[in-house]
Design a protein around this ligand. Structure first.
Ligand code: FES
Length: 57
């Protein structure tokens, strides 16, 4: 499912980046996936997915 429509970033891409790079913050995650850098509507959902994934690793 696409989370960031502006950049075509899926939940799967976010989860994969979290598992691979273990970002300590949302700002760090954004260095690895281009999420939330345009309209910003996806930021809340992307943060939730990042948190969900961090709990599991
Ligand atoms: Fe992600 Fe617009 S939907 S920046």
């Amino acid at each position: 499912m696409y989370i960031c429509l502006c950049n075509g970033v899926s939940d799967k891409a976010i989860r994969q980046a979290v598992r691979q790079f273990h970002p300590q913050s949302f700002q760090q995650l954004r260095k690895f996936v281009p999420v939330g850098n345009q309209c910003g509507k996806c930021i809340r959902a992307a943060r939730e997915i990042m948190q969900e994934e961090l709990i599991q690793i």
